[in-house]
Design a protein around this ligand. Structure first.
Ligand code: FAD
Length: 188
């Protein structure tokens, strides 16, 4: 049984829906299907979505990688698919994951900065940059249901902890408290 590895870049065809936290809905559906299928086929790797582009790395048994990639190539949720790596693999380099995500956008920002890249455009990655991106996915130790879908300007921003509704509520509560203090103070 021979192993192989594969990496590609592509461009999403859907318009990303804004999400306060969690996964963009189109990507969430892709991840759900991928996890189910890849675990069954013993494929490991990772998917990164950012700047409306995908970067995916897959490794596993050659037939499984090829048949998965055939399905991926026909998927109309992305286009302009560029195969970046397609080669035999001596032994597996990922463990226990059907699909891994880069949870920290700070990592990707650091990677882009180190590489002197303005934005996440994986189709133009050199082979060295591909290896670094794979390393980044491999070393990401969390399985967060979160993928970054912002461009470089927002990569690394502090995540929103409070929803806008909660913020408005806190501001209103603050105003009521100040009002009560003023009224209470004037009565003394
Ligand atoms: P199905 O049962 O055919 O579909 C599963 C779900 O996906 C359903 O809810 C269906 O509505 C939805 N779906 C399927 N095709 C489309 C479509 N064209 N538009 C909208 N919704 C659709 N598959 C893997 O198995 N492993 C991967 O690693 C993987 N990576 C992917 C990466 C990217 C960037 C993209 C775009 C797709 C990827 N896919 C992956 C999905 C792949 O292209 C196929 O859709 C999937 O493998 C079909 O599997 P299935 O027959 O089990 O799913």
């Amino acid at each position: 049984m021979s192993l192989m590895r594969l990496a590609y870049a592509s461009e999403a065809t859907f318009e990303a829906k804004p999400v306060e936290k969690g996964v963009e809905p189109h990507v969430a559906r892709i991840l759900m299907t991928s996890r189910k299928n890849n675990a069954k086929d013993q494929l490991v790797g990772g998917l990164y979505y950012g700047n409306n582009c995908f970067f995916q790395y897959l490794e596993g048994e050659e037939n499984a990688v090829r048949s998965t990639y055939d399905r991926i190539l026909k998927d109309d949720r992305h286009r302009n698919i560029v195969t970046l790596i397609e080669e035999p693999l001596g032994s597996r380099t990922f463990s226990n994951w059907s699909m891994k995500y880069v949870p920290l956008s700070r990592d990707v920002r650091k990677f882009l900065d180190e590489q002197g890249l303005e934005s996440f455009e994986p189709a133009s990655f050199t082979s060295d940059q591909c290896e670094k991106m794979i390393e980044l996915i491999r070393n990401s130790s969390h399985d967060q249901n979160m993928v970054n879908h912002h461009d470089r300007k927002s990569v690394g921003e502090t995540p929103q902890v409070l929803s806008s509704g909660m913020k408005m509520g806190l501001i209103a509560a603050g105003l009521v408290l100040v009002g009560a203090l003023v009224v209470g103070g004037s009565m003394l």
